[in-house]
Design a protein around this ligand. Structure first.
Ligand SMILES: Nc1ncnc2c1ncn2[C@@H]1O[C@H](COP(=O)(O)OP(=O)(O)OP(=O)(O)O)[C@@H](O)[C@H]1O
Ligand SMILES: [Mg+2]
Length: 261
């Protein structure tokens, strides 16, 4: 069986990529899915929000580097187990990768190569950095689907359009890549702006690409991240837990209908 590989990406910072990565992964594990979560961001926020950071020897950086140098590299050598989740941590050193890998032959496909051997998961989720560098390109080239979290505070359409332009270029390297959906985060229905952005997105993407599940603004999500855990473990009755549980259900439904086609 092939693992389904999903990138969580947006070139804009602070839109809830990492929060979605950790809590969707936890939601899937709760529903008995086998999940590998990869931190591909040199900021290593996801690694920190898993309560890790000190004493990491193997990371996504060490493995990418080995693979790029033509040495025998296995992604799962960097795996750590966090609760019931398999996790590949990042370190600040990953910032070097953008430069170090730039001159490597097949530099856009290094992660895809490594993931070929990773077949035992239902889902592999990749948390991307907020930029269109070599790391995000590697993630998108390795993926079947992309999820785009967006904040409804600002008019995010420009950002999404620019993303989709790059998306079309990346499809030349990976024809299988599909937009799975746009996820509205930090949502507050009392704010006109939020409701307007939602309506506009739904008009712009009329084929159900906008997830119906909204992630409301909820301080427990930020606190869980600070406490080094997911929202279900932190406070399973919070809005954040309810919203990410709904999102997980909708995500699984979407994947199911995609498979039928
Ligand atoms: N729904 C939410 N309600 C309240 N706070 C949230 C919510 N989602 C995310 N946050 C908080 O907002 C901040 C940014 O979120 P997050 O780190 O997930 O964004 P990101 O897109 O991964 O950022 P970056 O681009 O820097 O990687 C974090 O402090 C996070 O805890
Ligand atoms: Mg992040």
């Amino acid at each position: 069986m092939m693992s389904r590989i999903i990138s969580i990406a947006n070139f804009k910072g602070g839109v809830g990529k990492t929060t979605t990565a950790i809590n969707l992964a936890a939601g899937l594990v709760k529903r008995k899915q086998k999940v590998l979560l990869i931190d591909l961001d040199p900021q290593a926020n996801l690694t920190q929000s898993q309560g890790l950071i000190d004493g990491i020897e193997a990371s996504v950086y060490t493995v990418l580097r080995k693979e790029a140098l033509g040495e025998k590299a296995r992604l799962l050598d960097a795996k750590v187990q966090v609760r019931q989740l398999d996790f590949i941590p990042s370190t600040l050193e990953l910032a070097n990768a953008e430069l170090e890998l730039a001159s490597v032959y097949g530099r856009e496909q290094i992660l895809a190569q490594l993931l070929k051997a990773v077949t035992m998961y239902d889902f592999v989720l990749i948390d991307c950095p907020p930029s269109i560098g070599l790391l995000t390109i590697n993630a998108l080239v390795a993926s079947q689907y992309v999820l785009i979290p967006l904040q409804a505070e600002f008019l995010p359409l420009e950002g999404v359009r620019s993303f989709l332009k790059h998306f079309e270029s990346i499809k030349k390297l990976n024809q299988n890549l599909e937009l799975l959906g746009l996820i509205l985060t930090k949502y507050d229905a009392r704010k006109n702006m939020n409701r307007n952005v939602k309506a506009r997105l739904e008009r712009e993407f009329p084929n159900g690409q906008v997830f119906k599940s909204l992630i409301r603004t909820n301080i427990a999500l930020a606190k869980a991240q600070e406490a080094g855990t997911d929202i279900f473990n932190f406070n399973r009755r919070s809005h954040g837990a309810l919203d990410y549980d709904e999102l997980t259900k909708e995500f699984l439904m979407k994947i199911k209908t995609k498979n039928k086609r």
